[in-house]
Design a protein around this ligand. Structure first.
Ligand SMILES: [Zn+2]
Length: 364
């Protein structure tokens, strides 16, 4: 008791000085990270199989959540985590019937350009129509596109851009501006070599996700990344570690230097009850092994939100807190929770209508 009291009396003035001394704690920045994933060409809130409106899906709905989430904060970034081109009749119509005419932009990338995505990742389904199609379509994307674990066969180097380091001016809690170097890296399941053998064999090879992350994180740090965000088109599984694993999100949380993990591929919601039994997982705060993780469902049904708190000390930035949540576009009964982004709808309505007309013509 005596010892505690003595320590208390001696230590107290020093502690309060340390907290108040501005040179010790230079800046605190709140940074919001937004995720869409596995859109599978669901641009419109429409079910092409049943020819009717479906308010549970569609980027025209998620877009409204994106604008709301951006308006709530000073600093935000928007990412797509892949599987955005294929998976519904609109995607099929564009790839197999209409094609991408010279100088024209695929409506998915037209939508991404309009919403000003900062970086997008490639998912496994982007490769389903062959490398020529994805390379042609990507010419219309006005933001960096990343994937680090698909390699060229001939030269041992990444097929896509493995990562980018974004320079972004952010505003701290005092209103002061800082330039942050934000590293963003992308991954997809190495199983693409089985799933898309005919398209990929002899052209590319896929490397394991976790090993690739461990290779690039130190490189990105050496190139000046203050923080690193993983656009991981992979699910979350606690199955024992295996280098070739399809769903490696859990093991990415254990890599020092990665500060936030955007997952997807398995179309689940994280944080959410299906992950209740995952070890070292905090569903209240959206963390696995203390790292913020998010998975925003599929088809635009939810927006993923990660909120980071960054602290600068002697010119070095550190994430001191990271939490996540998802926000749905509709309630459990399919009633809309947000309005349609009409400007976005107008940008893509031609292709939507062409798809509807094509299905009608087929008599489906
Ligand atoms: Zn998917």
């Amino acid at each position: 008791m005596l010892l505690t009291l003595t320590l208390f009396w001696h230590a107290s003035p020093t502690i309060s000085y340390a907290v108040e001394n501005p040179s010790k704690r230079e800046a605190i920045v709140d940074l919001r990270i937004l995720e869409t994933t596995d859109l599978h060409a669901h641009l419109v809130n429409y079910d092409y199989y049943q020819s009717k409106v479906d308010n549970r899906v569609g980027l025209v709905k998620t877009a409204t959540l994106i604008q709301q989430a951006k308006n709530e904060v000073k600093n935000s970034l928007l990412f797509d985590n892949g599987d955005h081109l294929k998976g519904n009749p609109l995607g099929e119509f564009l790839a197999r019937i209409k094609g991408i005419q010279k100088g024209k932009i695929h409506p998915v990338y037209r939508a991404f350009n309009y919403l000003k995505y900062d970086v997008i990742a490639i998912g496994n389904h982007e490769l389903n129509y062959g490398l020529h199609f994805i390379n042609t379509a990507l010419k219309g994307a006005r933001m960096p596109v990343v994937n680090a674990n698909v390699y060229q066969v001939k030269e041992d180097k990444p097929y896509f851009k493995p990562y980018v380091i974004l320079k972004r001016t952010v505003v701290d809690l005092q209103g002061k501006q800082h330039v942050l170097n934000i590293g963003v890296i992308g991954f997809m399941p190495p199983q693409i070599m089985k799933w898309d053998k005919a398209n990929l064999e002899g052209k590319v090879v896929a490397k394991p996700i976790v090993a690739t992350a461990k290779k690039y994180v130190p490189i990105m740090k050496a190139k000046g990344a203050d923080i690193i965000i993983a656009l991981a088109h992979t699910g979350i599984s606690s199955e024992p570690y295996n280098p070739e694993m399809e769903n490696a999100g859990y093991y990415l949380t254990q890599i020092p230097g990665i500060d936030a993990i955007l997952t997807g591929h398995s179309h689940g919601i994280f944080p959410g009850p299906i992950f209740a039994r995952l070890p070292h997982t905090d569903l209240m705060n959206g963390q696995i092994n203390g790292k913020p993780v998010v998975m925003a469902g599929s088809f635009g049904n939810s927006l993923g939100v990660i909120d980071l708190v960054l602290e600068e000390n002697a010119g070095k930035w550190k994430v001191i807190k990271g939490t996540s949540q998802t926000r749905p576009v509709a309630d459990e009964n399919g009633n809309p929770l947000v309005k349609t982004d009409k400007a976005l709808y107008r940008l893509i309505q031609n292709e939507h209508q062409e798809t509807v007309d094509f299905i009608k013509k087929l008599g489906l």
